[in-house]
Write a protein that binds this ligand. Structure first.
Ligand SMILES: [Zn+2]
Ligand SMILES: [Zn+2]
Ligand SMILES: [Zn+2]
Length: 387
């Protein structure tokens, strides 16, 4: 998740801790490509996990005999699932199939060419996968859906405006983001991606997006504004089980079962538990970062609907901030935190915590040896541009 410096989201009324500030649907979203290839089955439109909680646990454990207690707490409704009749991608519901078809799927449907490696869209995805191994942070298909959305739209200008709300960067910053997204090994491959992208999707109306500069901008837009999405049938089942009113002994038994299950899954599948993808959210992308955030994003509906929830009481007029760092990163020193923020999001944080730690030594105990090249002057300069 990222945002523009210079924008900001402010509370217009008092918000209580734990309250949902808003629920937001992405303008466009897409599952990550390796995630899909590895059979993390998700709705092609809203990323809702499609396996039952039990199937999900069985696959992650590599153990098809596993039986989950309380199967009635699983929320997956297979009877509602639908496929595109031409290409067989699966949706969680008729509504999602229809929404996808209306917004972008007419352009992106592979029809009978779904498994044809020579199809331009398959070539594009193959090239992306080869440059972007897990853990994934972005997908070329998010950009493809942006193009397809405008190709299909009656009011093209409306969509161009919708996408232009996301923060844009200078040419130098875009270069840095592209480099970060593709990594050292593949930084020269942007041109290859552009050629494949053009072959698969070129559109006269959007000709600017297919130029080297325009493509880099599009790439950077997705890189800086894409918010990660994670869904899981199993975690929804766990939440439902947590909410059950059980006699103490049964409660302890169930809790112990779930704890052990997660330990076993971690051994087998590591950190890759969820269906994962990313999306572009207009409101969320306006939220600035703080190392002591007063709000957080989550996906409790097991689909792409983003919930922004208050972590503290927030007063009217106060800025609503989320953290771009995970909780481990947030515990690190100001120097370490800002190194991550600069590398990934191109800004230096001046939140209250960072300001309070401004006089701390630059390098902390054991965390890192690198990063010595950055002088206080460089940091000062960065901080000034944030004001
Ligand atoms: Zn869906
Ligand atoms: Zn289709
Ligand atoms: Zn900070």
């Amino acid at each position: 998740s990222l945002s523009s410096r210079g924008k900001g989201l402010f509370a217009t009324k008092n918000i209580r801790k734990g309250e949902t500030v808003f629920v937001e649907r992405p303008v466009v979203s897409s599952q990550f490509l390796w995630n899909a290839l590895y059979n993390y089955r998700a709705c092609d439109h809203c990323l809702r996990a499609l396996e039952t909680a039990e199937e999900n646990a069985q696959r992650l454990l590599g153990k098809s005999s596993l039986v989950l207690p309380h199967p009635e707490q699983c929320s997956i409704r297979k009877d509602l699932h639908q496929q595109c009749p031409r290409c067989q991608v699966t949706y969680c519901s008729a509504e999602c199939r229809q929404a996808a078809l209306e917004q972008y799927h007419q352009v992106l449907c592979l029809g009978p060419s779904r498994d044809d490696p020579a199809h331009p869209l398959n070539k594009l995805q193959e090239a992306w996968r080869n440059m972007h191994y897990p853990p994934e942070t972005s997908s070329i298909m998010l950009m493809a859906r942006m193009v397809a959305t405008i190709k299909q739209a009656k009011d093209k200008e409306w969509w161009v405006k919708a996408f232009s709300q996301f923060c844009s960067k200078t040419a130098n910053e875009e270069e840095e983001i592209v480099h970060k997204l593709l990594g050292d090994k593949f930084k020269g491959q942007l041109e290859l991606l552009r050629l494949l992208f053009t072959e698969a999707l070129y559109d006269e109306y959007l000709s600017r997006w297919f130029t080297p500069e325009g493509f880099r901008s599009l790439f950077a837009l997705v890189g800086t504004n894409g918010q990660g999405i994670g869904t899981s049938s199993l975690s929804q089942w766990v939440h439902a089980c947590d909410a059950l009113d059980l006699p103490m002994l049964q409660r302890e038994e169930l809790d112990a079962f779930i704890d052990q299950l997660y330990k076993d899954i971690e051994k087998e599948s590591g950190e890759f538990l969820n269906c994962e993808g990313s999306g572009l959210y207009v409101l969320q992308s306006c939220c600035n970062h703080s190392c002591i955030p007063n709000a957080e994003t989550s996906f409790p509906e097991n689909n792409f609907l983003l919930h922004l929830t208050a972590l503290e009481d927030i007063e009217a007029g106060e800025e609503i901030c989320i953290s771009y760092l995970d909780c481990c990163q947030r515990e690190r020193s100001r120097h370490s935190r800002n190194k991550i923020l600069r590398e990934n999001y191109l800004f230096t944080c001046s939140c209250p915590k960072c300001l309070a730690q401004a006089d701390d030594a630059d390098v902390t105990s054991d965390e890192e040896e690198e990063g010595e090249g950055e002088t206080d002057d460089a940091e000062l300069e960065d901080e000034m541009t944030d004001v």
